[in-house]
Design a protein around this ligand. Structure first.
Ligand code: URA
Length: 252
């Protein structure tokens, strides 16, 4: 890793503040001042500032309540991304664990632990994700059966894995899927001739979004919550992990 990046991450200072420290000779590498901010730092080297050894912080895991209207991307030339909701020092470190459409709200995870995010998003792990969808019209009678059998989406050759559906009221459903194809739920309900009006992700694995987080707010996961995300398992019957608390689906 570059020295300026290391100093920025270890101190929580911005990259330009870290560079200023390096230029002023305040950073020692193995006991000697270094002024080359691009110098590579390896695991065995000692980086010091003002007599204290600097160390990178441990891995970080966050849940964020994504508002509608923000892109799930680390950067975009034109549009605001979810990372703009975080302080710059965190945003520079973290990546998104999966994505939500711009018009979808709800539970989004961020981390700098690549192995963990791979386990959550890998198609082989079939991690269950539960959403509340508001539909344009009441759902056809045989929707549960068709979703449980696995729909075949337009322009695809392999049918979807079974999805479980519960009707919450005339127009709202709770649905759990265990894969993450492009615009999957919007396309699934389009296949049932019933467009999604609003979509909110409420749960990943056994982790439910913290109801106290208002749209745009985030917090760190506890170790138990981190483990709960990985409780992906095979989806059993109608409802993998029990009913969800009532949620308000927020439209744009
Ligand atoms: N399915 C969709 O269509 N959109 C999302 O954001 C998530 C699942």
């Amino acid at each position: 890793m570059r020295l300026d990046r290391f100093v920025s991450q270890a101190t929580g200072l911005s990259r330009s503040q870290a560079r200023a420290l390096i230029r002023r000779g305040e950073i020692l590498l193995d006991g000697l001042p270094v002024k080359d901010q691009a110098r590579q730092v390896g695991g065995a080297q000692r980086v010091e500032r003002a007599g204290a050894t600097l160390a990178l912080p441990g891995p970080l895991y966050l849940m964020l309540n994504k508002p509608c209207g923000l892109l799930s991307a680390t950067s975009d030339g034109a549009q605001q991304t979810v990372l703009s909701l975080l302080p710059a020092s965190l945003a520079a470190r973290l990546h998104l664990v999966g994505r939500l459409d711009k018009a979808t709200s709800g539970l989004l995870l961020l981390t700098d632990d690549g192995a963990w995010s791979h386990r959550v998003t890998s198609p082989n792990h079939h991690c269950a994700k539960t959403y509340i969808a508001q539909l344009a019209e009441p759902l056809v009678d045989d929707a549960e059966r068709r979703l449980a059998q696995g729909l075949l989406l337009r322009n695809e050759t392999a049918p979807l894995r079974p999805a479980s559906l519960q009707r919450l009221d005339a127009l709202r459903v709770q649905i759990t899927i265990t894969e993450g194809r492009y615009h999957q739920l919007r396309r699934m309900f389009a296949a049932l001739a019933n467009p999604v009006v609003a979509l909110h992700r409420q749960r990943i694995g056994r982790l439910t979004r913290d109801e106290r987080l208002r749209p745009g707010q985030w917090r760190a996961l506890t170790p138990a919550e981190r483990a709960a995300v990985l409780h992906c398992g095979k989806m059993p019957g109608a409802d993998p992990f029990g009913p969800l608390p009532k949620v308000q689906v927020i439209t744009e």
